[in-house]
Design a protein. Structure first.
Length: 233
């Protein structure tokens, strides 16, 4: 009897804690109707507000088990995010997004290539996502390696995709090595902007969608020390 009373007391206490924690658990994923109703600017705002919640620790309370089951029948994400592979950049968490909310492509240095462009076209033209966000980050190891001309196996070829951002800053007056945080920052930012430019140049489909207002192509830089995302306007 005493054990039963303790269990009931625990459940009541737990129930109160859940009730006082704010929003209830989110159990379902984005629907087709909700996706279609969103504009590209609204999706961008969702990511901005999500990062604010991430910074404050007031993230959405999600039932991931329920969302997994709900998403099994189809997906209607609102955005496609191209990120670096860096393990310290947890993309969905950074924007407080859940299962079925965003497509994510990852490659060291967050550059686009044919495979990623095809994935972007699938995410937007076929699956209805309204935003492509190129997300770089401060202190990027791939950017540093490109700056210093690192050579090792397939990494050498991979870094040629980032080298144009380094070359674009050849007039920089300071130390042009990875030991200079300012130069690394500038190259990381330039790399994001060149990726955005290349997406438009290399994919007539995405360029046309953006021109027609069906899609927004944007960029952002993540600060690993603070968790803050600086969005390019």
């Amino acid at each position: 009897m005493r054990n039963m009373i303790l269990v009931v007391g625990f459940l009541v206490t737990a129930g109160l804690a859940i009730a006082q924690s704010g929003e209830p658990l989110v159990e379902r994923v984005l629907s087709r109707q909700e996706q279609e109703a969103l504009t590209p600017d609204e999706v961008l705002m969702h990511l901005k507000r999500g990062n604010q919640r991430f910074l404050s620790g007031d993230v959405t309370n999600r039932d991931h088990s329920a969302q997994v089951r709900d998403a099994a029948g189809g997906q209607f994400p609102k955005a496609m995010i191209l990120s670096c592979v860096d393990s310290r950049v947890p993309v969905e968490d950074v924007f407080d997004q859940g299962i079925g909310d965003v497509f994510v492509a990852r490659v060291a240095g967050n550059f686009e290539n044919t495979d990623i462009l095809g994935s972007m076209e699938f995410a937007t033209k076929i699956s209805g996502a309204k935003l492509i966000l190129v997300l770089g980050h401060e202190d990027c190891g791939a950017v540093k390696a490109a700056i210093d001309g690192a050579e090792l196996g397939n990494i050498t070829e991979m870094l040629t995709n980032i080298k144009p951002a380094v070359d674009a800053l050849s007039d920089y007056a300071g130390d042009q090595t990875s030991a200079n945080p300012e130069f690394v920052h500038l190259v990381a930012e330039k790399n994001i902007r060149l990726s955005m430019q290349d997406i438009r140049t290399r994919s007539p489909i995405l360029k046309q969608m953006e021109k027609q207002g069906q899609l927004k192509i944007s960029g952002a830089l993540y600060d690993m020390k603070t968790g803050k995302v600086d969005f390019f306007e």
